[in-house]
Design a protein around this ligand. Structure first.
Ligand code: ZN
Length: 471
C-alpha cells in the first residue's frame, strides 16, 4: 500500500455507505457486503483497475498513512524478533492490522500485557465434530454459570469496517459504480488481511486456514472471507479508531478456538474483549452439562425468528437448527410472541389487600424470569435486568431466602458479563444483607408503611440512590 494518498471527507463519506459492519458490540463482526453466490461478472474486478502496490515489510513493517489515523501491522503483545510461537511462554500473541491510534491505546492500557486468565479447575472443553455445523466446542465436565471457559489471544485482529481503506481508495469514488467500488474494496481489504496472515507462524497459519469460509463465492477472498465468517466483534467502547462512532472504526478478532464456537439462539455463553490481557474471554451464563455444546450468539437473540434467520444467513447458517424455536415454524411463532412479551418489564406495585400472600405482586416478574430461562435467554440483557429487578422487591420484603437465591444467580451472571463491580456481595449472606442500607431503610420505616405501595416507593428511591446492583 502506498503512503500518502489524498483523502477528502466527502469521498470518505461516499465510500462508507454500504461498507460498514452491522454487528452489535457483543456479536461477531460481519460486513454489510453482499454474500452468497455472486455471478462471475460481478466478481470480476473492473478491467482498468490496477491493484494498489502491495506493501513491503520494513522495520516498521507497513504504514498506511491517511488523515488522522495511520494503519500499521503489529505483533501484539510485542515479542522479540525471530520469536517462534511455540517457544513463546507469554500466553501467545496476535498479528494485527490496526491504526496507530489503536496501537497506542493498547500500549497505554494499564497492566498491558497481562497474561490471559486460566479457568478455575482447568480446561473444560474440547473441539469436536458438531454434525452439519462442522466443528464445535463441547463441555468435558459440568461448567457452572459464571465460570470462565476460555481466555484466548486471537490469531489476528483486523478492522471490522473499511475505514482503514476508504481514505486510501477515495480516489475511486467518481471513477467506478458503487458495486465496482465495493468489489475493489473487498479485494484490497483481503490483501491487507493477507499481510497480517503472512506474519503468522506456520502452525497458526494452518489454524486460520482450517476455519470455515462461508464467503468463498462472493468476492471476499480467502482471508476476508474467513474474517467475515469467524470474526468476533471487539466492543467499540474498548477499542475503536479515533473520531469514529457506531460500527465504523471497530475491530474484529479471529481466534483459533473461540472462533469454533457455534451459534445458538439460546446460547449458554457470552464473550467480551479485554485489552489488558489482549484476549477474548468466554463465560457460561447458565450451567452447561458434560458433553453439551458450548454456544454463542451471532445475532440479536431477542429478535423474531425471521429476523434472526436473515442475520444468520450471512454466517452460512441456513436454516438455524439450534432449537425447536428455530426449526419448527409453529413453535417459532409461539417463541416469537414470547420473546416480544419478555422484552417488556413488569411494573411491580405492592397490593393494598393485606390478605394476599406478601409477595403476590412480585409474581409477574418471577414468571418473566422463569420464561426467559425456559427459552434459554440467559445471555440477553433482558434476563440480566429481570434478575436484578427481582432482588429489589425481596430486599424490600426482607425475604432472606429469596434474596440469597436471586443474589447467587445475579453474582454468577455479573461474573459472566464482566460486571461484578456493580454487584453487592453483601447480599450473598444472611448477616451481610442485614448490614446494607437497603435493609436498614426498611427497618427505619414505621410498621404501617412496610410492605405497602407507599413504603415500596420510598424504598425504591433510597435503593436507586445508593445501589450498586444494576436493576
Ligand atoms: Zn436458532
Amino acid at each position: 500500500m502506498k503512503r500518502g494518498f489524498l483523502n477528502t471527507p466527502k469521498a470518505q463519506k461516499q465510500l462508507l455507505q454500504g461498507t460498514n459492519t452491522t454487528s452489535a458490540a457483543t456479536q461477531p463482526a460481519q460486513g454489510s457486503y453482499k454474500y452468497g453466490v455472486l455471478p462471475e461478472a460481478e466478481l470480476a474486478l473492473p478491467k482498468d483497475y490496477k491493484p494498489l502496490a502491495r506493501p513491503t515489510e520494513g522495520p516498521d513493517v507497513v504504514t498506511l498513512k491517511y488523515g488522522s489515523n495511520e494503519y500499521i501491522y503489529a505483533t501484539l503483545p510485542p515479542v522479540p524478533p525471530g520469536t517462534k510461537y511455540s517457544d513463546f511462554l507469554g500466553g501467545g500473541y496476535s498479528e494485527c492490522w490496526i491504526s496507530d491510534h489503536i496501537k497506542r491505546t493498547i500500549e497505554a492500557t494499564p497492566n498491558f500485557p497481562t497474561l490471559p486468565l486460566t479457568p478455575t479447575g482447568g480446561k473444560a472443553y474440547r473441539i469436536a465434530k458438531a454434525g452439519d455445523k462442522g466443528l464445535g466446542m463441547f463441555a468435558t465436565r459440568l461448567i457452572r454459570a459464571g465460570d470462565l471457559i476460555i481466555d484466548e489471544r486471537p490469531l489476528i485482529v483486523v478492522p471490522a469496517s473499511s475505514i482503514a481503506l476508504e481514505g486510501v481508495l477515495s480516489y475511486l469514488a467518481n471513477k467506478y459504480t458503487p458495486d465496482q467500488r465495493l468489489r475493489i474494496m473487498l479485494h484490497e481489504k483481503d490483501r491487507c488481511m493477507e499481510l497480517a496472515y503472512n506474519k503468522l507462524d506456520p502452525e497458526r497459519k494452518k489454524a486460520f486456514m482450517a476455519l470455515f469460509n462461508c464467503h468463498s463465492r462472493d468476492g471476499s477472498g480467502e482471508f476476508m472471507g474467513r474474517v467475515r465468517t469467524n470474526g468476533i466483534g471487539i466492543d467499540g467502547e474498548k477499542l475503536r479508531d479515533k473520531d469514529t462512532t457506531g460500527d465504523v472504526g471497530r475491530y474484529s478478532a479471529v481466534c483459533d478456538e473461540i472462533s469454533r464456537i457455534n451459534h445458538s439462539c439460546c446460547p449458554n455463553t457470552v464473550y467480551h474483549w479485554h485489552t489488558d490481557t489482549f484476549s477474548v474471554r468466554v463465560f457460561a451464563v447458565r450451567d452447561i452439562p458434560t458433553g453439551a455444546e458450548i454456544t454463542l450468539k451471532y445475532c440479536n437473540i431477542m429478535a423474531p425468528a425471521a429476523e434472526r434467520a436473515a442475520a444468520l444467513d450471512r454466517y452460512g447458517i441456513n436454516p438455524c437448527a439450534c432449537s425447536v424455536s428455530c426449526s419448527d415454524p409453529a413453535r417459532a411463532k409461539i417463541a416469537d410472541e414470547r420473546r416480544a412479551r419478555l422484552k417488556t418489564r413488569s411494573m411491580l406495585v405492592p397490593p393494598s389487600t393485606p390478605e394476599d400472600p406478601e409477595d403476590a405482586w412480585v409474581q409477574p416478574a418471577v414468571k418473566q424470569l422463569r420464561e426467559l430461562e425456559e427459552e434459554g435467554l440467559q445471555a440477553s440483557d433482558e434476563y440480566y435486568h429481570a434478575l436484578g429487578g427481582l432482588l429489589v422487591p425481596y430486599l424490600f420484603l426482607q425475604n432472606v431466602d429469596k434474596v440469597l437465591f436471586y443474589a447467587k444467580k445475579l453474582e454468577a451472571l455479573s461474573k459472566a458479563r464482566d460486571n461484578l463491580k456493580n454487584f453487592e456481595p453483601l447480599y450473598l449472606s444472611r448477616e451481610g444483607m442485614k448490614t446494607t442500607e437497603s435493609w436498614k431503610v426498611v427497618g427505619r420505616m414505621p410498621k404501617s408503611t412496610r410492605k405497602t405501595a407507599s413504603g415500596w416507593l420510598l424504598f425504591l428511591q433510597s435503593y436507586i440512590a445508593q445501589r450498586r446492583t444494576s436493576m
